[in-house]
Design a protein around this ligand. Sequence first.
Ligand code: ADP
Length: 335
Amino acid sequence: GTVDLSPHAEVAEQDVESSLRPRDLSEFIGQPRVREQLELVLSGALRRGRPPDHVLLSGPPGLGKTSLSMIIAAELGSALRVTSGPAMERAGDLAAMLSNLVEGDVLFIDEIHRIARPAEEMLYLAMEDLRVDVVVGKGPGATSIPLEIAPFTLVGATTRAGALTGPLRDRFGFTAHMEFYSPAELEQVLHRSAAILGLRLHADGAEEIAGRSRGTPRIANRLLRRVRDFAEVRADGAVTRSVARSALEVYEVDEIGLDRLDLAVLGALVRSFGGGPVGVSTLAVAVGEESTTVEEVCEPFLVRAGLLARTPRGRVATAAAWLHLGLTPPPETVG
Ligand code: ADP
């Protein structure tokens, strides 16, 4: 292929990722139920001229939670302020953020389940009463000064809705559970992205990539960029099924979309622990990853693909997992 010397060829990968984000609800592919519900919540709020209820978006990474938060702000014509649970280590950080809000702002808190307890307590009060109590001084002489904050909408995103405390969860007026995308929806995502990138993507090429994208638009877009590199360097630039296949072999993405880490997790479960049950932290140590990565990034898809089961006694490989690794499952293996 030819080398692109135009200025846009130099934009960083992250800019590419952001150029692929859907800008409004009509561009947001899939999740029909979430889209319809959100449309009603936003239209209702716009009619009343009041900020909508707080929104909780839950689901695995890469399904569009950040994109939706941007869309919510855009549809409301509001400014979006972005932070994350881990960044709110001290309640003071949150107090500063909240007291700077302007009426109607949308505050996006990613990984909200990781917010520290004192900040979380401050957040309830802010969500419900539009007030924060700022503590001045220390010890018995400390006093708390109530501070009013502007009416705002909180959009929280979490990969683990179950890890939120009840009181926090209860203060969201609307919770959207994001589901994995169907292959057909992922093909739509890929065709949209290819058009933005100016890439020739054949229908069978899209089908091949969609089938290996683990139900996740972010992965579909990432694989598309890797396939694009391959198509430009080793072929004529067009993405056909065979180009996609050859490219994804180079990048070690298998035919159902499992990557190196997924295969390491399944491999350890089967080979080192006889198929389980084994605790997630032991499994994570065996593959040299953090437990949270194994739990929040790998497992949801492995569970959905029917390869891994979470049981009260630990993680268990299903018969399908053994077969996927080319091994014979022991007779007592589940599913
Ligand atoms: P999350 O916050 O859930 O991790 P993001 O909103 O960052 O996910 O989405 C990751 C990428 O996937 C986005 O940059 C966007 O390109 C793409 N994407 C996600 N959801 C959709 C969708 N419904 N339609 C089109 N593209 C999407």
